[in-house]
Design a protein around this ligand. Structure first.
Ligand code: HEM
Length: 225
């Protein structure tokens, strides 16, 4: 009897799986905090001191953000999966549209609004505002390149979008580390915000420009985005 061929799992795939599990775990812990947001508990860490402006429009952006954030992270982990793309391109396309809509219509505008009220002030606010603009730009370019069937460009833009969305995870990990290390400097939050998206983006740009993993491909002409 012949053994069925075993599909070899590379160390990169294992790493990707571990990162995906980490993202899902942090996302669940973010959603667990929602018990302080619905109804709003102004004694909780995030809402403390925000009561004066919360019902003045901020609440709209806040709840849109809470609604769209977790699904966008989870969809991101599914959309970068090569196996889903290979198995069902139609599903990749459908979920991709949902992802772009979530980013362009919900996460980026609500993030931009909330950035004006960022905890600790202007440095954090500008970091979050630019993050919102960068995420929207990447999602827009990713969508346009898919429509134009430029697969390689599409892949790069959507990876950037995903990494920028993951800043929410990186930020919580950095916050957790600071708590464990009992590091409580005033500038730490602002520095973490900038670090949470600029560093992953920089690593991506450097590695993808020097990596042979990035191959030039184009979508078949019978596939529309
Ligand atoms: C990449 C685009 C994003 C931008 C620009 C953005 C922006 C912001 C801003 C400005 C705040 C308020 C921060 C403050 O006042 O100090 C915030 C809070 C929040 N964001 Fe995002 N965000 C993004 C992505 C995400 C994602 C993907 C999630 C998914 C879980 C998320 C979940 C939250 C939550 C739950 C809060 C409330 C505070 C907390 O519980 O930690 N955000 N975000």
């Amino acid at each position: 009897m012949q053994m069925p061929p075993l599909r070899s799992i590379t160390s990169v795939q294992v790493l990707v799986m571990l990162v995906a599990i980490l993202i899902w775990k942090v996302t669940v812990s973010i959603v667990w905090e929602y018990r302080n947001y619905v109804p709003p508990n102004f004694e909780s860490d995030f809402l403390f001191g925000r009561e004066s402006y919360f019902w003045n429009g901020y609440h709209g952006a806040f709840y849109v953000h809470l609604l769209a954030g977790p699904p966008s992270l989870m969809l991101g982990t599914v959309l970068i999966s090569q196996s889903l793309r290979r198995r069902s391109f139609a599903w990749h396309r459908r979920l991709g549209r949902v992802q772009v809509a979530l980013v362009l219509l919900m996460i980026a505008p609500s993030g931009l609004w909330m950035a004006c009220y960022a905890a600790t002030g202007a440095v954090a606010g500008v970091g979050l505002g630019l993050l919102a603009l960068a995420t929207a730009t990447c999602a827009w370019c990713g969508w346009r390149s898919a429509v134009a069937r430029r697969l390689e460009a599409h892949r790069r833009w959507m990876w950037r979008t995903f990494l920028l969305l993951c800043s929410a995870v990186v930020l919580r990990i950095l916050g957790g580390l600071a708590t464990v290390l009992q590091w409580d400097a005033a500038w730490l939050y602002s520095a973490s915000i900038w670090t949470s998206w600029l560093v992953p983006l920089l690593v991506f740009e450097i590695s993808s420009s020097s990596s042979s993993l990035v191959k030039k491909r184009t979508l078949p002409s019978n596939i529309t985005a």
